[in-house]
Design a protein around this ligand. Structure first.
Ligand SMILES: Cc1cc2nc3c(=O)[nH]c(=O)nc-3n(C[C@H](O)[C@H](O)[C@H](O)COP(=O)(O)OP(=O)(O)OC[C@H]3O[C@@H](n4cnc5c(N)ncnc54)[C@H](O)[C@@H]3O)c2cc1C
Length: 363
């Protein structure tokens, strides 16, 4: 058995890296284990929202994200010909940051890893957690690395190991919720298009929704609530080189508790929902900051109830927005066409919805 006094973070995704960074900056000894040998090159979560920028401000990384990415100034809802139906401008909000920065998740993770290297926080890759036990003094984690299994002792363990979390399953914590029937599709693709380059675009096509956000230059993320996004691009948009294509099912799920004894869950290990509104990674990063603050302030027992409330509120909202945006039900069609544009024309309501989707509304 090996052990020292450092906290063990499981998973080097954006949430695990943030938890480790936040602990290290507070002078707490921490180490990270990650089952993949190499960092992921996938773009996955593209939007860094205003709340996340606020949280990273004192680390100096908000400027790094801002320099590496580009600013998204709002959301445009368009018809198949690219004509605007209605708009939400983030500039309506008076906040001292970029509202939303478009940056691929792989680059966000690289910036976080670099910051951890500077603080000499060890990240052990190719090291997988396979089980854990805990007692009054600490946690014993079983880890597999290079074909060998050993036990690692830690006073406290943070499970940031994603939606299929081994940590959550080892604790016997449930992950109830639902999975949507249709498969969604996404691609990172070079486009020739007239879509606004600094907006999150939602194109309402006859039989599907298409979401398009520019990553950089002519490289765009396109996604749809049905398979075959590239075969169903809006009029006057032409696809070039495809860098990444994937299909996935959208689930809305939340762990039945976010902690058990000396073990905590954060990020996708604790909650998952539709990518609409780009809240997933941001909500997880917020978990990490809140957890560390509570650990160092000596009130860790408040983490689970507080974050469960925030997550369930966000999941409810994102699920509703996703159903409203993607349902073929005639009532949803009428709501989308007439009611939503009307509601968004009311400035106070528009601001509230925008602030919530940027993570700025207190729950
Ligand atoms: C195709 C796709 C597109 C997405 N698009 C968006 C988007 O547009 N906007 C958005 O907000 N979100 C998006 N997401 C979701 C977003 O990527 C996640 O919310 C985010 O990655 C969660 O971060 P995390 O650190 O909690 O988990 P993850 O990023 O999943 O990281 C978990 C890490 O733990 C490691 N791990 C797992 N098990 C173990 C173990 N037993 N031992 C050691 N290490 C382990 C994994 O290898 C991984 O590196 C997308 C996800 C996918 C898959």
């Amino acid at each position: 058995m090996t052990g020292d006094l450092s906290i063990l973070v499981v998973g080097a995704g954006p949430v695990g890296l943030t938890a480790a960074l936040s602990l290290a900056r507070k002078g707490v000894r921490v180490r990270v284990i990650e089952k993949q040998l190499q960092p992921s090159h996938l773009s996955k979560a593209i939007g860094i929202n205003a709340r996340t920028q606020e949280l990273f401000r004192e680390t100096g990384l908000t400027e790094r994200f801002s320099e590496a990415g580009h600013r998204i100034s709002g959301a445009s809802f368009l018809n198949a010909d690219g004509q605007p139906l209605f708009e939400i401008s983030f500039d309506d909000l008076e906040i001292p940051c970029d509202n939303m920065i478009a940056l691929p998740q792989s680059e966000t993770e690289a910036i976080l890893e670099e910051a951890l290297r500077k603080l000499k926080v060890p990240i052990k890759r190719g090291c997988e957690l396979i089980g854990l036990e805990q007692d009054g003094e600490g946690v014993t984690a079983q880890v597999r690395s290079g074909g060998e299994t050993r036990e690692v002792r830690t006073p406290l363990l943070i499970g940031c190991d994603g939606a299929d979390s081994t940590v959550r399953q080892s604790l016997g914590i449930g992950f109830p919720g639902s999975t949507m029937k249709h498969e969604w599709s996404l691609a990172d693709v070079r486009l020739k298009t007239g879509l606004p380059p600094d907006r999150a675009n939602v194109v309402i096509l006859p039989q599907r929704m298409l979401f398009a956000i520019r990553i950089r230059e002519d490289l765009w993320r396109v996604a749809s609530d049905r398979p075959g996004v590239l075969e169903n691009l809006p009029n006057s948009t032409e696809a070039g080189e495809v860098l990444w294509e994937s299909a996935f099912r959208v689930s809305h799920r939340q762990a039945t508790r976010f902690s058990e004894g000396r073990v905590y869950l954060a990020g996708d290990a604790a909650h998952i929902h539709s990518p609409l509104g780009a809240r997933g990674m941001n909500l997880g990063i917020e978990d990490a900051f809140v957890l560390v603050e509570k650990l160092v302030s000596g009130v860790p027992q408040t983490y689970s109830p507080e974050r469960m409330k925030t997550a369930s509120h966000a999941i409810r909202q994102v699920k509703l927005q996703t159903l409203l945006a993607t349902s073929r039900n005639p009532i949803a069609t009428v709501l989308r066409r007439y009611v939503v544009p009307y509601l968004l024309s009311i400035s106070s309501l528009r601001q509230k919805i925008t602030r919530e989707s940027l993570g700025l509304e207190p729950i």
